[in-house]
Ligand binder design. Structure first.
Ligand SMILES: [Zn+2]
Length: 302
């Protein structure tokens, strides 16, 4: 089995910080203040490997760990415990972005069978037209997006559908009102029509600070979403934001995801890099704590 240098470094870092992780877990238990970690995946498949795909067995191994060592939770459960300000167990959310057809072959049946809550964010243009995503064309491997029938089937199987814009646009660009309507409120209406569900969550394509603007956030809430999610990496501390949930990448290997799920002491209390006006309705109730991370582990990670 091939193990990358990054996997080795993260495994070593996790081992070196095991005492801090155990100390954190104890303090979360005592104060009913477990952070929630929300993972985002794109594509689960064994062929056409790329940076946004994970092999079937690796995905299953991650789901096994979550089921045995944490509590799989929906975005609503995580959002409500953010508002409540306490969380007595380590909740983990599972989400998908874009909408790849192959997810319906292995990942979605596995999640449905195991009753693991999922929010599946789709970009409606690709679902409607069947056109591959630009990033897959550029990568030389035009992959099949989900069909409308697959999205409807997932919804009827209990999967929550979320909005991921119409054309997978970068909201960091300056967009006019008309385009914001096409990319946000029209998508919500369309997905509600397809699925019969209330579409409550919006995932910004690319999901980093540079891809999210105040005007787009305002449009997301005006359209009726409860919350938006980003891809900046980080934890959701109870009492922190409920209408902006932070997610971590469900990387193809095991070490990076384990590093998040066992509470990386360098990241637990770090602030989200994405801060905007009028969407921080709840003041964090947890005070930042100083944690001692071995100097040597900084060196390993840099
Ligand atoms: Zn995307």
């Amino acid at each position: 089995m091939f193990v990358s240098r990054r996997e080795l470094i993260l495994t070593l870092y996790r081992w070196m910080t095991r005492a801090q992780r155990a100390q954190l877990t104890k303090s979360f238990e005592k104060s009913c203040a477990f952070p929630a970690c929300i993972l985002f995946y794109h594509r689960v498949a064994n062929h056409a490997k790329n940076g946004w795909s994970i092999r079937n067995k690796n995905f299953e191994r991650q789901m096994d760990w979550i089921q045995h060592h944490a509590t799989p939770a929906s975005l609503d459960e995580i959002r409500l415990s953010q508002l409540k300000g306490s969380r007595s167990k380590a909740m983990v959310g599972v989400t998908f972005d874009d909408g790849y057809g192959e997810n319906c072959e292995f990942a979605i049946p596995l999640l449905v069978e195991r009753k693991i809550p999922v929010t599946y964010f789709v970009s409606t243009h690709y679902v409607e037209t069947g056109e591959p995503f630009q990033h897959d064309i550029a990568n030389g491997n035009p992959l099949r997006p989900n069909t409308i029938a697959e999205v409807k089937r997932m919804a009827s199987d209990g999967i929550e559908i979320g909005a991921h814009s119409h054309t997978h646009i970068d909201f960091g660009k300056s967009l006019g009102k008309k385009q914001l309507k096409i990319e946000i409120s029209d998508v919500r209406k369309k997905l509600q029509d397809w699925t019969g569900q209330s579409i409550d969550y919006f995932a910004f394509p690319y999901g980093l600070k540079a891809n999210i603007t105040q005007v787009a956030i305002d449009a997301v809430f005006e359209a009726g979403h409860k919350s938006f999610v980003c891809a900046a990496g980080g934890f959701n501390l109870p009492g922190g934001k409920a209408n902006h949930l932070v997610r971590c990448h469900g990387e193809p290997g095991f070490a990076a995801v384990m590093n998040w799920l066992t509470f990386d002491p360098r990241k637990v209390y770090s602030r989200s890099p994405i801060e905007f006006q009028n969407h921080d309705l709840q003041a964090p109730t947890l005070r930042q704590k100083t944690l001692v991370v071995p100097e040597s582990s900084h060196a390993v990670l840099n």
